[in-house]
Design a protein around this ligand. Structure first.
Ligand SMILES: [Fe+2]
Ligand SMILES: [Fe+2]
Length: 350
């Protein structure tokens, strides 16, 4: 069982008193859910029946949401295995050994999330969103992700984590952790999890629901890691260490960069599609706002201007209203179908 107090043993290279050791150990004990076993125990049948009973607009809303997760989980798994793993060994950080150990747990769970969502979409839904043969690592994303700001956020995550893995500079690490742990995991994944929970009131998909309970618990540990990492960097900046000057500014700038793009994905699966499953855009945005306030202001002690954030969201909303979103998505889909060599319009063979 988990050691709530310090363990009675110690290592030589491994610091069993480190909070990252503790997170690693929690990952070993609690992150062990088995995706295949969940498929066996809950089965696909009930979800398939519910899916068949939904109308096109309801399906679209679920497809958009899960498409964001599918591309997102794949991106975070890839960046964790490469860039974040390397960042955890940066000389400017404490507890490198325990942080590197923890990162293996994070990577493992992100791959399980990808495994769950990928198989779920194939088995329960249909294959029009998966585009498995077009590798997202080479710049091909699911149309809805490509058509919205979500793709921009994942792009920024890749850029910032790759840069920090190269420079191992504290300010670059702060920016990378901000987009990865606070914005993608702490805001997008949490708000997405909230939306999945909410849609189950209208369309209860038992397997999806069970899977996302595990996903959310895993994400909680990932966010704790990210917040603790950023607290370490902020504390050193505040202690006056020269190398760390600019950490807080880097965190705030990264939020400002990502916020409008995160916001327009919310519009895609709520307002813009008529919200047949009652996810409620206002609730979603409120939830996002609380998460920003809790992580950035309360936990990290920053001073994020709420009104300015809302203004940015609003500006983006005005911009996105000018688009015909269905056209944008349709354009991406037809582009993909051409690459796939499929001659039909896609919808006909669903
Ligand atoms: Fe995940
Ligand atoms: Fe995660």
């Amino acid at each position: 069982m988990s050691q709530s107090s310090a363990p009675q043993f110690r290592g030589q290279r491994v610091d069993t008193g480190s909070k990252w050791y503790d997170l690693f150990q929690k990952g070993v004990e609690l992150g062990t859910w088995n995706v295949e076993r969940l498929f066996e125990e809950v089965g696909f049948e009930e979800d398939r029946e519910v899916w068949q009973s939904l109308d096109d607009r309801e399906r679209d809303q679920i497809r958009y949401l899960l498409s964001g997760f599918l591309d997102g989980e794949r991106e975070v798994a890839g960046d964790a295995a490469t860039n974040l793993q390397r960042i955890m060994g940066a000389p400017c950080l404490e507890d490198n050994e325990a942080k590197e150990m923890y990162m293996t747990m994070l990577t493992l769970t992100e791959h399980k999330h990808t495994q769950f969502i990928d198989v779920y979409m194939r088995e329960v839904m249909d294959d029009r969103d998966n585009y498995a043969e077009l590798d997202p690592r080479r710049g091909t994303r699911i149309p809805i992700v490509q058509a919205t700001g979500l793709g921009e956020v994942f792009e920024n995550q890749g850029l910032q984590t790759a840069k920090a893995a190269q420079t191992l500079d504290p300010v670059d690490i702060a920016k990378a952790a901000t987009v990865y742990h606070l914005n993608v995991e702490g805001i997008l994944a949490r708000v997405g999890g909230f939306a999945i929970n909410r849609l189950s009131q209208e369309a209860y998909l038992p397997l999806l629901n069970h899977g996302f309970k595990f996903v959310s618990t895993d994400e909680g540990r990932h966010i704790t890691h990210g917040v603790e990492l950023l607290k370490e960097l902020v504390a050193k900046e505040e202690a006056g260490e020269p190398e760390f000057q600019g950490v807080k500014r880097g965190i705030v700038r990264t939020l400002h960069h990502d916020v409008p793009y995160m916001a327009d994905f919310a519009y895609m699966f709520t307002d813009a599609v008529g919200d047949p499953l009652g996810l409620d855009i206002d609730d979603i945005l409120l939830r996002g706002g609380h998460l920003i306030d809790g992580m950035y202001n309360e936990t990290l002690g920053l001073d994020i201007d709420y009104v300015e954030m809302l203004d940015r969201v609003n500006d983006r909303y005005q911009e996105i209203r000018e688009w015909d979103l269905e056209d944008v998505v349709e354009e991406e889909e037809s582009h993909y179908r051409r690459r796939r060599g499929v001659a039909t319009d896609g919808r006909g063979d669903r």
